[in-house]
Design a protein around this ligand. Structure first.
Ligand code: SAH
Ligand code: SF4
Ligand code: F3S
Length: 500
Protein backbone atom coordinates (compact mmCIF):
# COMPACT_ATOMS: atom_id res chain seq x y z
CA UNK A 1 0.00 0.00 0.00
CA UNK A 2 1.14 3.56 -0.76
CA UNK A 3 2.41 5.69 2.08
CA UNK A 4 0.05 7.77 4.15
CA UNK A 5 -0.81 11.34 3.18
CA UNK A 6 0.41 13.85 5.72
CA UNK A 7 -2.15 16.68 5.85
CA UNK A 8 0.55 19.13 6.90
CA UNK A 9 2.38 18.69 3.61
CA UNK A 10 -0.31 18.70 0.98
CA UNK A 11 -1.74 21.49 -1.16
CA UNK A 12 -5.47 22.04 -1.47
CA UNK A 13 -5.29 21.03 -5.11
CA UNK A 14 -3.67 17.68 -4.24
CA UNK A 15 -6.08 17.19 -1.37
CA UNK A 16 -9.13 17.51 -3.64
CA UNK A 17 -7.92 14.57 -5.73
CA UNK A 18 -6.43 12.51 -2.92
CA UNK A 19 -7.49 9.01 -1.91
CA UNK A 20 -9.15 9.67 1.44
CA UNK A 21 -8.30 6.20 2.73
CA UNK A 22 -4.64 7.18 2.60
CA UNK A 23 -4.95 10.28 4.79
CA UNK A 24 -3.08 9.90 8.06
CA UNK A 25 -5.67 10.27 10.80
CA UNK A 26 -3.58 8.87 13.65
CA UNK A 27 -2.68 12.35 14.96
CA UNK A 28 -4.89 15.25 16.00
CA UNK A 29 -6.89 17.15 13.35
CA UNK A 30 -5.19 20.08 11.60
CA UNK A 31 -6.52 23.60 12.30
CA UNK A 32 -6.27 24.73 8.70
CA UNK A 33 -9.32 24.54 6.39
CA UNK A 34 -10.28 22.73 4.24
CA UNK A 35 -7.64 20.20 5.42
CA UNK A 36 -9.39 19.80 8.74
CA UNK A 37 -12.61 18.73 7.03
CA UNK A 38 -10.81 16.19 4.83
CA UNK A 39 -9.31 14.75 8.02
CA UNK A 40 -12.83 14.24 9.39
CA UNK A 41 -14.10 12.79 6.11
CA UNK A 42 -11.31 10.21 6.36
CA UNK A 43 -12.28 9.53 9.99
CA UNK A 44 -15.94 9.13 9.01
CA UNK A 45 -14.93 6.69 6.25
CA UNK A 46 -13.49 4.37 8.87
CA UNK A 47 -16.73 4.47 10.88
CA UNK A 48 -18.93 3.94 7.83
CA UNK A 49 -16.72 1.09 6.65
CA UNK A 50 -16.74 -0.80 9.93
CA UNK A 51 -20.46 -0.30 10.36
CA UNK A 52 -21.24 -1.57 6.88
CA UNK A 53 -19.02 -4.59 7.51
CA UNK A 54 -20.99 -5.24 10.67
CA UNK A 55 -24.33 -4.92 8.87
CA UNK A 56 -23.16 -6.70 5.74
CA UNK A 57 -24.50 -3.91 3.50
CA UNK A 58 -23.61 -0.35 2.46
CA UNK A 59 -24.78 2.60 4.57
CA UNK A 60 -27.31 4.86 2.84
CA UNK A 61 -27.69 8.61 3.20
CA UNK A 62 -30.66 10.68 2.08
CA UNK A 63 -30.44 14.42 1.68
CA UNK A 64 -33.62 16.45 1.32
CA UNK A 65 -33.60 20.08 0.29
CA UNK A 66 -36.21 22.76 0.94
CA UNK A 67 -35.98 26.34 -0.31
CA UNK A 68 -34.09 28.24 -2.94
CA UNK A 69 -31.26 27.63 -5.42
CA UNK A 70 -28.75 28.59 -2.79
CA UNK A 71 -29.96 25.83 -0.53
CA UNK A 72 -29.90 23.42 -3.47
CA UNK A 73 -26.24 24.25 -4.01
CA UNK A 74 -25.54 23.77 -0.29
CA UNK A 75 -27.22 20.37 -0.47
CA UNK A 76 -24.81 19.35 -3.23
CA UNK A 77 -22.01 20.18 -0.81
CA UNK A 78 -23.63 18.08 1.93
CA UNK A 79 -23.93 15.16 -0.46
CA UNK A 80 -20.31 15.64 -1.53
CA UNK A 81 -19.21 15.14 2.07
CA UNK A 82 -21.54 12.20 2.65
CA UNK A 83 -20.23 10.43 -0.44
CA UNK A 84 -16.63 11.13 0.55
CA UNK A 85 -17.45 9.68 3.97
CA UNK A 86 -18.46 6.44 2.24
CA UNK A 87 -22.25 6.67 2.20
CA UNK A 88 -24.31 5.63 -0.82
CA UNK A 89 -27.01 8.07 -1.87
CA UNK A 90 -30.63 7.07 -1.41
CA UNK A 91 -33.89 8.78 -2.40
CA UNK A 92 -35.73 7.08 0.42
CA UNK A 93 -35.89 8.74 3.83
CA UNK A 94 -35.86 5.27 5.37
CA UNK A 95 -32.05 5.50 5.30
CA UNK A 96 -29.14 5.31 7.75
CA UNK A 97 -28.43 9.03 7.68
CA UNK A 98 -31.07 11.60 6.75
CA UNK A 99 -30.38 15.31 6.49
CA UNK A 100 -32.94 18.07 5.85
CA UNK A 101 -31.57 21.33 4.53
CA UNK A 102 -34.34 23.68 5.62
CA UNK A 103 -35.89 26.96 4.46
CA UNK A 104 -37.78 29.48 6.58
CA UNK A 105 -38.70 32.19 4.09
CA UNK A 106 -42.41 31.47 4.64
CA UNK A 107 -44.06 29.71 7.55
CA UNK A 108 -45.36 26.80 5.43
CA UNK A 109 -41.74 25.80 4.75
CA UNK A 110 -41.28 25.34 8.52
CA UNK A 111 -44.55 23.46 8.91
CA UNK A 112 -43.49 20.99 6.23
CA UNK A 113 -40.28 20.19 8.07
CA UNK A 114 -42.01 19.62 11.40
CA UNK A 115 -44.60 17.43 9.68
CA UNK A 116 -42.02 15.23 8.01
CA UNK A 117 -39.92 14.90 11.16
CA UNK A 118 -42.73 12.84 12.65
CA UNK A 119 -42.35 10.33 9.79
CA UNK A 120 -38.57 10.19 10.31
CA UNK A 121 -39.09 9.36 13.96
CA UNK A 122 -41.11 6.34 12.84
CA UNK A 123 -38.24 5.12 10.64
CA UNK A 124 -35.79 5.73 13.43
CA UNK A 125 -37.71 3.51 15.81
CA UNK A 126 -37.23 0.64 13.34
CA UNK A 127 -33.55 1.37 12.61
CA UNK A 128 -31.71 2.15 15.85
CA UNK A 129 -28.57 3.02 13.93
CA UNK A 130 -30.34 5.77 11.96
CA UNK A 131 -29.21 9.38 12.43
CA UNK A 132 -31.32 12.46 11.72
CA UNK A 133 -29.68 15.80 10.96
CA UNK A 134 -31.14 19.26 10.31
CA UNK A 135 -29.39 22.28 8.87
CA UNK A 136 -30.11 25.40 6.85
CA UNK A 137 -31.98 28.64 7.33
CA UNK A 138 -34.67 27.46 9.74
CA UNK A 139 -32.01 26.34 12.21
CA UNK A 140 -30.81 29.94 12.59
CA UNK A 141 -34.00 30.77 14.51
CA UNK A 142 -33.88 30.50 18.30
CA UNK A 143 -37.53 29.51 18.56
CA UNK A 144 -37.03 26.58 16.21
CA UNK A 145 -34.07 25.28 18.20
CA UNK A 146 -36.07 25.58 21.44
CA UNK A 147 -38.95 23.62 19.93
CA UNK A 148 -36.62 20.91 18.57
CA UNK A 149 -34.88 20.52 21.92
CA UNK A 150 -38.22 20.31 23.71
CA UNK A 151 -40.24 18.04 21.44
CA UNK A 152 -37.93 16.42 18.87
CA UNK A 153 -35.19 14.94 21.02
CA UNK A 154 -34.61 12.11 18.53
CA UNK A 155 -32.80 14.56 16.21
CA UNK A 156 -29.06 13.82 16.38
CA UNK A 157 -27.43 16.80 14.73
CA UNK A 158 -28.40 20.44 14.16
CA UNK A 159 -26.29 23.10 12.50
CA UNK A 160 -26.92 26.34 10.66
CA UNK A 161 -26.04 28.23 7.49
CA UNK A 162 -22.72 29.74 8.63
CA UNK A 163 -20.92 26.53 9.55
CA UNK A 164 -22.05 24.23 6.76
CA UNK A 165 -18.42 23.88 5.69
CA UNK A 166 -17.84 22.04 9.00
CA UNK A 167 -20.29 19.28 8.10
CA UNK A 168 -17.62 16.53 7.99
CA UNK A 169 -16.47 17.40 11.50
CA UNK A 170 -20.04 17.52 12.80
CA UNK A 171 -20.84 14.22 11.10
CA UNK A 172 -17.92 12.65 12.93
CA UNK A 173 -19.14 14.05 16.24
CA UNK A 174 -22.61 12.75 15.47
CA UNK A 175 -21.23 9.20 15.26
CA UNK A 176 -18.89 9.45 18.24
CA UNK A 177 -20.82 11.50 20.84
CA UNK A 178 -24.09 10.84 22.61
CA UNK A 179 -27.12 13.15 22.62
CA UNK A 180 -28.27 15.95 20.33
CA UNK A 181 -25.39 17.97 18.88
CA UNK A 182 -26.31 21.60 18.25
CA UNK A 183 -23.84 23.97 16.59
CA UNK A 184 -25.29 27.30 15.43
CA UNK A 185 -23.28 30.43 14.68
CA UNK A 186 -24.71 33.94 14.75
CA UNK A 187 -22.80 35.09 11.67
CA UNK A 188 -19.49 34.57 9.90
CA UNK A 189 -17.04 36.35 7.65
CA UNK A 190 -15.45 33.07 6.63
CA UNK A 191 -15.70 31.40 3.21
CA UNK A 192 -14.09 27.94 3.04
CA UNK A 193 -13.30 26.81 -0.51
CA UNK A 194 -12.51 23.44 -2.10
CA UNK A 195 -14.78 21.04 -0.28
CA UNK A 196 -16.25 18.13 -2.23
CA UNK A 197 -19.47 18.76 -4.18
CA UNK A 198 -21.79 16.15 -5.61
CA UNK A 199 -23.62 17.84 -8.49
CA UNK A 200 -27.20 16.91 -9.24
CA UNK A 201 -26.80 17.55 -12.97
CA UNK A 202 -23.61 16.74 -14.89
CA UNK A 203 -24.22 19.50 -17.46
CA UNK A 204 -25.33 22.45 -15.32
CA UNK A 205 -24.37 23.85 -11.98
CA UNK A 206 -25.05 26.65 -9.52
CA UNK A 207 -22.04 28.72 -8.48
CA UNK A 208 -22.16 30.84 -5.35
CA UNK A 209 -20.83 34.31 -5.99
CA UNK A 210 -21.96 35.86 -2.74
CA UNK A 211 -23.51 34.91 0.56
CA UNK A 212 -25.94 36.68 2.90
CA UNK A 213 -28.01 39.81 2.35
CA UNK A 214 -27.85 43.40 3.64
CA UNK A 215 -31.11 44.67 2.24
CA UNK A 216 -33.50 44.00 5.10
CA UNK A 217 -36.72 44.13 3.13
CA UNK A 218 -39.17 44.52 6.00
CA UNK A 219 -41.02 41.22 5.42
CA UNK A 220 -37.94 39.05 4.86
CA UNK A 221 -36.12 36.75 7.24
CA UNK A 222 -33.19 35.95 4.92
CA UNK A 223 -30.81 38.67 6.25
CA UNK A 224 -31.32 37.29 9.78
CA UNK A 225 -30.66 33.66 8.88
CA UNK A 226 -28.03 34.08 6.16
CA UNK A 227 -26.06 36.90 7.80
CA UNK A 228 -24.25 39.84 6.27
CA UNK A 229 -23.47 40.11 2.62
CA UNK A 230 -20.04 38.87 1.53
CA UNK A 231 -18.74 38.21 -1.96
CA UNK A 232 -16.49 35.39 -3.01
CA UNK A 233 -13.20 36.39 -4.60
CA UNK A 234 -13.54 36.59 -8.41
CA UNK A 235 -10.48 34.35 -8.89
CA UNK A 236 -12.14 31.61 -6.81
CA UNK A 237 -15.39 31.92 -8.78
CA UNK A 238 -13.60 31.77 -12.12
CA UNK A 239 -11.43 28.86 -11.02
CA UNK A 240 -14.54 26.94 -10.01
CA UNK A 241 -16.29 27.73 -13.32
CA UNK A 242 -13.22 26.62 -15.31
CA UNK A 243 -13.15 23.36 -13.35
CA UNK A 244 -16.86 22.87 -13.99
CA UNK A 245 -16.39 23.51 -17.72
CA UNK A 246 -13.54 20.98 -17.80
CA UNK A 247 -15.93 18.54 -16.14
CA UNK A 248 -18.53 18.94 -18.90
CA UNK A 249 -20.73 21.68 -17.45
CA UNK A 250 -22.37 23.84 -20.15
CA UNK A 251 -24.59 26.07 -18.06
CA UNK A 252 -23.75 27.95 -14.87
CA UNK A 253 -26.16 29.82 -12.63
CA UNK A 254 -24.42 32.51 -10.58
CA UNK A 255 -26.08 32.61 -7.19
CA UNK A 256 -26.63 35.36 -4.62
CA UNK A 257 -29.58 37.04 -2.89
CA UNK A 258 -28.73 40.24 -4.73
CA UNK A 259 -26.15 39.58 -7.43
CA UNK A 260 -26.24 43.21 -8.57
CA UNK A 261 -24.38 44.23 -5.44
CA UNK A 262 -21.66 41.64 -6.04
CA UNK A 263 -18.19 42.90 -5.10
CA UNK A 264 -19.33 45.64 -2.72
CA UNK A 265 -18.87 43.64 0.50
CA UNK A 266 -16.48 43.10 2.18
CA UNK A 267 -15.54 46.71 1.43
CA UNK A 268 -12.09 47.57 0.13
CA UNK A 269 -11.32 44.23 -1.54
CA UNK A 270 -11.17 45.74 -5.02
CA UNK A 271 -13.32 42.88 -6.37
CA UNK A 272 -14.86 43.20 -9.82
CA UNK A 273 -18.39 44.55 -10.19
CA UNK A 274 -21.11 42.10 -11.24
CA UNK A 275 -21.07 43.14 -14.93
CA UNK A 276 -17.26 42.88 -14.93
CA UNK A 277 -17.49 39.41 -13.41
CA UNK A 278 -19.95 38.40 -16.12
CA UNK A 279 -17.52 39.53 -18.82
CA UNK A 280 -14.89 37.22 -17.30
CA UNK A 281 -17.28 34.26 -17.01
CA UNK A 282 -18.17 34.79 -20.68
CA UNK A 283 -14.54 34.05 -21.58
CA UNK A 284 -14.54 30.59 -20.01
CA UNK A 285 -14.38 28.09 -22.83
CA UNK A 286 -16.95 25.30 -22.72
CA UNK A 287 -19.53 27.34 -20.82
CA UNK A 288 -22.37 27.99 -23.24
CA UNK A 289 -25.08 29.44 -21.03
CA UNK A 290 -24.81 31.85 -18.12
CA UNK A 291 -27.71 32.54 -15.77
CA UNK A 292 -27.90 34.44 -12.50
CA UNK A 293 -30.28 34.80 -9.53
CA UNK A 294 -31.47 37.11 -8.02
CA UNK A 295 -31.39 40.67 -9.25
CA UNK A 296 -32.70 43.42 -7.00
CA UNK A 297 -34.27 46.16 -9.14
CA UNK A 298 -32.71 48.94 -7.05
CA UNK A 299 -29.14 47.91 -7.99
CA UNK A 300 -29.54 46.88 -11.62
CA UNK A 301 -27.05 49.00 -13.56
CA UNK A 302 -26.96 50.22 -17.16
CA UNK A 303 -23.64 48.42 -17.43
CA UNK A 304 -25.35 45.10 -16.66
CA UNK A 305 -27.95 45.71 -19.37
CA UNK A 306 -25.14 46.53 -21.79
CA UNK A 307 -23.16 43.40 -20.92
CA UNK A 308 -26.28 41.26 -21.27
CA UNK A 309 -27.09 42.84 -24.61
CA UNK A 310 -23.61 42.15 -26.00
CA UNK A 311 -23.19 38.68 -24.57
CA UNK A 312 -23.49 35.49 -26.60
CA UNK A 313 -23.78 33.32 -23.51
CA UNK A 314 -25.87 35.19 -20.95
CA UNK A 315 -29.36 33.75 -21.16
CA UNK A 316 -32.23 35.88 -22.38
CA UNK A 317 -33.91 35.81 -19.01
CA UNK A 318 -34.01 38.16 -16.07
CA UNK A 319 -35.74 37.38 -12.80
CA UNK A 320 -36.57 40.77 -11.37
CA UNK A 321 -38.66 40.50 -8.20
CA UNK A 322 -41.35 43.19 -8.09
CA UNK A 323 -42.96 42.16 -4.75
CA UNK A 324 -45.61 44.89 -5.13
CA UNK A 325 -46.70 47.37 -7.78
CA UNK A 326 -47.79 49.94 -5.20
CA UNK A 327 -45.22 52.60 -4.37
CA UNK A 328 -46.81 53.05 -0.94
CA UNK A 329 -46.36 49.34 -0.14
CA UNK A 330 -42.89 49.18 -1.71
CA UNK A 331 -41.83 51.91 0.68
CA UNK A 332 -43.19 49.98 3.68
CA UNK A 333 -41.39 46.90 2.33
CA UNK A 334 -38.12 48.88 2.25
CA UNK A 335 -37.54 47.92 -1.38
CA UNK A 336 -36.11 51.31 -2.34
CA UNK A 337 -37.74 51.64 -5.77
CA UNK A 338 -41.16 52.85 -6.91
CA UNK A 339 -43.82 51.56 -9.27
CA UNK A 340 -42.67 54.12 -11.83
CA UNK A 341 -38.95 53.39 -11.53
CA UNK A 342 -39.63 49.65 -11.90
CA UNK A 343 -41.63 50.28 -15.07
CA UNK A 344 -38.89 52.52 -16.46
CA UNK A 345 -36.29 49.85 -15.70
CA UNK A 346 -38.33 47.07 -17.33
CA UNK A 347 -38.85 49.25 -20.40
CA UNK A 348 -35.11 50.02 -20.60
CA UNK A 349 -34.24 46.30 -20.45
CA UNK A 350 -36.81 45.43 -23.11
CA UNK A 351 -35.53 48.14 -25.42
CA UNK A 352 -31.94 46.91 -25.11
CA UNK A 353 -32.78 43.19 -25.33
CA UNK A 354 -36.13 42.84 -27.11
CA UNK A 355 -36.41 39.04 -26.95
CA UNK A 356 -35.70 38.84 -23.19
CA UNK A 357 -38.09 37.13 -20.80
CA UNK A 358 -38.80 38.88 -17.54
CA UNK A 359 -40.05 36.89 -14.57
CA UNK A 360 -40.86 38.08 -11.09
CA UNK A 361 -41.92 37.41 -7.49
CA UNK A 362 -45.01 39.00 -5.97
CA UNK A 363 -46.14 39.09 -2.36
CA UNK A 364 -49.87 39.50 -1.73
CA UNK A 365 -51.25 40.64 1.62
CA UNK A 366 -48.33 42.61 2.99
CA UNK A 367 -49.50 44.61 6.08
CA UNK A 368 -51.72 47.52 5.06
CA UNK A 369 -52.21 46.33 1.45
CA UNK A 370 -55.58 47.48 0.09
CA UNK A 371 -57.54 46.57 -3.01
CA UNK A 372 -56.12 49.69 -4.68
CA UNK A 373 -52.56 48.57 -3.91
CA UNK A 374 -53.30 45.19 -5.48
CA UNK A 375 -54.72 47.07 -8.51
CA UNK A 376 -51.33 48.76 -8.86
CA UNK A 377 -49.63 45.35 -8.88
CA UNK A 378 -52.06 44.17 -11.57
CA UNK A 379 -51.31 47.31 -13.56
CA UNK A 380 -47.56 46.55 -13.49
CA UNK A 381 -48.16 42.91 -14.53
CA UNK A 382 -50.24 44.12 -17.51
CA UNK A 383 -47.65 46.69 -18.52
CA UNK A 384 -44.49 44.60 -18.11
CA UNK A 385 -45.92 41.31 -19.46
CA UNK A 386 -43.95 38.85 -17.39
CA UNK A 387 -43.28 35.37 -18.79
CA UNK A 388 -43.94 34.03 -15.31
CA UNK A 389 -44.57 35.38 -11.83
CA UNK A 390 -44.30 33.49 -8.56
CA UNK A 391 -47.11 34.78 -6.39
CA UNK A 392 -46.86 34.28 -2.63
CA UNK A 393 -49.26 35.02 0.19
CA UNK A 394 -47.45 37.23 2.70
CA UNK A 395 -46.17 35.18 5.62
CA UNK A 396 -45.45 36.86 8.94
CA UNK A 397 -41.87 36.16 10.04
CA UNK A 398 -41.03 36.67 13.70
CA UNK A 399 -38.38 39.33 14.23
CA UNK A 400 -38.91 41.16 10.94
CA UNK A 401 -40.25 44.77 11.05
CA UNK A 402 -43.39 43.84 9.07
CA UNK A 403 -44.42 41.32 11.74
CA UNK A 404 -45.18 44.24 14.07
CA UNK A 405 -47.35 46.04 11.48
CA UNK A 406 -51.11 45.62 11.30
CA UNK A 407 -51.89 42.46 9.30
CA UNK A 408 -54.52 42.18 6.54
CA UNK A 409 -57.49 39.85 7.21
CA UNK A 410 -57.18 36.50 5.36
CA UNK A 411 -60.35 36.99 3.29
CA UNK A 412 -59.08 40.21 1.71
CA UNK A 413 -55.71 38.63 0.98
CA UNK A 414 -57.38 35.67 -0.76
CA UNK A 415 -59.44 37.93 -2.98
CA UNK A 416 -56.44 40.00 -4.08
CA UNK A 417 -54.35 36.86 -4.50
CA UNK A 418 -56.90 35.30 -6.84
CA UNK A 419 -57.18 38.47 -8.91
CA UNK A 420 -53.40 38.82 -9.22
CA UNK A 421 -52.89 35.15 -10.06
CA UNK A 422 -55.56 35.29 -12.77
CA UNK A 423 -53.84 38.32 -14.29
CA UNK A 424 -50.42 36.60 -14.18
CA UNK A 425 -51.81 33.53 -15.94
CA UNK A 426 -53.59 35.52 -18.60
CA UNK A 427 -50.63 37.74 -19.48
CA UNK A 428 -48.01 34.98 -19.25
CA UNK A 429 -50.05 32.73 -21.56
CA UNK A 430 -49.99 35.41 -24.22
CA UNK A 431 -46.37 36.34 -23.67
CA UNK A 432 -44.81 32.86 -23.58
CA UNK A 433 -46.51 32.04 -26.89
CA UNK A 434 -44.52 34.59 -28.87
CA UNK A 435 -41.99 32.01 -30.10
CA UNK A 436 -44.58 29.53 -31.39
CA UNK A 437 -43.48 28.06 -34.74
CA UNK A 438 -39.82 29.13 -34.32
CA UNK A 439 -36.81 26.80 -34.09
CA UNK A 440 -34.72 27.57 -31.00
CA UNK A 441 -31.91 25.87 -29.07
CA UNK A 442 -32.97 23.80 -26.06
CA UNK A 443 -30.65 22.44 -23.39
CA UNK A 444 -32.08 19.00 -22.61
CA UNK A 445 -32.27 18.36 -18.86
CA UNK A 446 -34.14 15.14 -18.22
CA UNK A 447 -36.60 12.50 -19.32
CA UNK A 448 -40.12 13.86 -18.94
CA UNK A 449 -41.56 12.69 -15.62
CA UNK A 450 -45.07 11.99 -16.92
CA UNK A 451 -44.25 10.58 -20.35
CA UNK A 452 -40.91 8.84 -20.84
CA UNK A 453 -41.04 9.08 -24.61
CA UNK A 454 -40.45 12.81 -24.14
CA UNK A 455 -37.47 14.79 -22.89
CA UNK A 456 -37.65 18.12 -21.07
CA UNK A 457 -35.33 21.06 -21.55
CA UNK A 458 -35.18 24.82 -21.48
CA UNK A 459 -34.87 27.68 -23.93
CA UNK A 460 -32.30 30.30 -23.02
CA UNK A 461 -35.20 32.40 -21.71
CA UNK A 462 -35.89 29.59 -19.22
CA UNK A 463 -39.18 28.45 -20.79
CA UNK A 464 -39.65 24.69 -20.51
CA UNK A 465 -39.99 22.60 -23.71
CA UNK A 466 -41.09 18.95 -23.93
CA UNK A 467 -40.37 17.00 -27.11
CA UNK A 468 -39.91 13.39 -28.30
CA UNK A 469 -36.40 12.16 -27.51
CA UNK A 470 -34.34 9.81 -25.38
CA UNK A 471 -31.72 9.86 -22.63
CA UNK A 472 -28.84 10.27 -25.09
CA UNK A 473 -29.93 13.89 -25.53
CA UNK A 474 -29.55 14.83 -21.86
CA UNK A 475 -26.98 17.59 -21.49
CA UNK A 476 -27.05 18.43 -25.22
CA UNK A 477 -28.15 21.71 -26.75
CA UNK A 478 -30.37 20.88 -29.74
CA UNK A 479 -32.56 22.83 -32.15
CA UNK A 480 -36.23 22.30 -31.46
CA UNK A 481 -39.24 23.55 -33.35
CA UNK A 482 -41.71 25.05 -30.88
CA UNK A 483 -44.85 23.49 -32.27
CA UNK A 484 -47.43 24.39 -29.64
CA UNK A 485 -47.48 26.60 -26.56
CA UNK A 486 -49.44 25.18 -23.61
CA UNK A 487 -49.58 28.09 -21.19
CA UNK A 488 -46.22 28.18 -19.45
CA UNK A 489 -44.45 25.55 -21.60
CA UNK A 490 -44.02 24.32 -25.19
CA UNK A 491 -44.47 21.01 -26.96
CA UNK A 492 -41.81 20.75 -29.67
CA UNK A 493 -40.14 18.57 -32.27
CA UNK A 494 -36.43 18.18 -32.75
CA UNK A 495 -34.68 19.40 -35.90
CA UNK A 496 -34.74 22.53 -38.01
CA UNK A 497 -37.90 21.59 -39.81
CA UNK A 498 -39.41 19.77 -36.87
CA UNK A 499 -38.97 16.38 -38.54
CA UNK A 500 -36.18 15.01 -36.38
N1 SAH B 1 -33.24 37.87 -2.68
C1 SAH B 1 -34.38 37.69 -3.46
C2 SAH B 1 -35.50 36.93 -2.81
C3 SAH B 1 -35.25 35.75 -1.97
S1 SAH B 1 -36.67 35.11 -1.17
C4 SAH B 1 -34.91 39.06 -3.84
O1 SAH B 1 -34.70 40.02 -3.16
O2 SAH B 1 -35.61 39.12 -4.79
C5 SAH B 1 -37.66 34.63 -2.55
C6 SAH B 1 -39.01 35.28 -2.59
O3 SAH B 1 -39.77 34.90 -1.47
C7 SAH B 1 -38.99 36.80 -2.52
O4 SAH B 1 -38.75 37.39 -3.74
C8 SAH B 1 -40.38 37.11 -2.01
O5 SAH B 1 -41.29 37.29 -3.06
C9 SAH B 1 -40.75 35.88 -1.22
N2 SAH B 1 -40.80 36.17 0.21
C10 SAH B 1 -39.79 36.57 1.01
N3 SAH B 1 -40.25 36.77 2.27
C11 SAH B 1 -41.58 36.49 2.25
C12 SAH B 1 -42.62 36.52 3.24
N4 SAH B 1 -42.37 36.89 4.48
N5 SAH B 1 -43.86 36.14 2.85
C13 SAH B 1 -44.13 35.78 1.58
N6 SAH B 1 -43.20 35.74 0.62
C14 SAH B 1 -41.93 36.10 0.94
FE1 SF4 C 1 -34.93 39.14 1.40
FE2 SF4 C 1 -34.89 41.55 0.33
FE3 SF4 C 1 -32.59 40.28 0.84
FE4 SF4 C 1 -34.17 39.43 -1.11
S1 SF4 C 1 -33.13 41.41 -1.01
S2 SF4 C 1 -33.18 38.18 0.44
S3 SF4 C 1 -36.21 39.83 -0.31
S4 SF4 C 1 -34.07 41.01 2.34
FE1 F3S D 1 -35.27 29.78 2.13
FE2 F3S D 1 -32.93 30.28 3.11
FE3 F3S D 1 -33.27 30.32 0.52
S1 F3S D 1 -34.84 30.94 3.96
S2 F3S D 1 -35.37 30.94 0.30
S3 F3S D 1 -33.49 28.58 1.81
S4 F3S D 1 -31.91 31.61 1.69
Amino acid sequence: MDSYIDLKNITTEELKNADLDRIDVTGSPPDMEPHRQYYFMAKCRQIVKSESERLGRPLYACSVCFGCQMNARDSEKLLGVLRSAGFRESDSEDADFVIYNTCTVRDNANQRVFGRLGVLNGYKKKNPYMKVALCGCMMQEDLVIKKLRRSYSFVDLIFGTHNLYKFAELLYRCYTEKGMIVDIWEDTDKIVEDLPVDRKFPFKSGVNIMFGCNNFCSYCIVPYVRGRERSRAPEEILREIKELAADGVKEVMLLGQNVNSYGKEPAGTGFLSFPELLREVEKVEGIERIRFMTSHPKDLSDELIEVMGQSKKICRHLHLPLQSGSTRILEKMNRRYTKESYLVLAEKIRRAIPDISLTTDIIVGFPGETREDADDTIDVIRKVQFDNAFTFVYSKRTGTPAAAMEQVPDGEVRENFDRILACVQETARERVKRFEGQVLPVLVEEINEQDNSLVTGRLTNNTVVHFPGDASLIGEIVDVKLVRCEGFYYIGEMGKDGNG
